[in-house]
Design a protein around this ligand. Structure first.
Ligand SMILES: Cc1cc2nc3c(=O)[nH]c(=O)nc-3n(C[C@H](O)[C@H](O)[C@H](O)COP(=O)(O)O)c2cc1C
Length: 159
């Protein structure tokens, strides 16, 4: 299988995730490449059996550059795709010490459905998606404990 992975990492966490994913795919005998979207032309993507898109979250949604990239992307009809959203881990409120409610967490975690909605009419088929957390105290990382296992489980769903 040939896999092309595109990310829009700003602080390097998403880049670490896709580099790890690429390694997992390559050891299983697949061809896999990853690159930042700034180094790719969305209307002229190389052919692949599977595309993976990985975006950091901004106010609940994928970072704007990834939204624009996905809107422009030309994907072969029926091709498979998968999504990775990196999120800040929910943390207690600094003043009250209370954890955000499930509704509040959901409101700030609409990255995956937003990417899916953009790709909905492009004729591609989603095979998997995953949220990967960075430590919520900084919002900039590092990746939260256990992230490798999350990526390994995601990789298994792609194969
Ligand atoms: C301005 C700003 C807004 C953010 N908003 C959210 C958010 O609404 N929900 C969330 O889960 N993470 C949010 N984050 C945390 C990002 O998801 C996190 O920085 C990103 O996943 C790190 O990925 P990167 O290192 O690949 O850039 C925000 C971060 C910044 C800087």
């Amino acid at each position: 299988m040939k896999v092309e992975i595109y990310h829009a990492s700003k602080y390097g966490n998403g880049e670490k995730v896709v580099a790890y994913l690429q390694g997992l795919l390559v050891v299983k005998g697949h061809e896999a490449n990853h690159r930042h979207i700034r180094d790719a032309r969305p209307k002229d993507l190389p052919s692949a059996d599977l595309y993976v898109f990985c975006a950091p979250t901004r106010i609940g949604k994928p970072i704007g550059k990834m939204r624009r990239f996905l809107k422009k992307a030309r994907l072969p009809e029926g091709v498979k795709y998968a999504l990775i959203a990196t999120h800040g881990e929910p943390v207690p409120d600094k003043k009250t010490g209370n954890m955000p409610s499930a509704e509040e967490i959901e409101k700030f975690q609409q990255n995956l459905p937003a990417m899916e909605a953009i790709l909905k009419d492009k004729g591609a088929v989603k095979v998997a998606d995953v949220k990967v957390y960075v430590r919520g105290d900084t919002m900039k990382g590092p990746l939260a404990d256990g992230w490798e296992r999350t990526v390994e489980e995601f990789a298994a769903k792609l194969l």
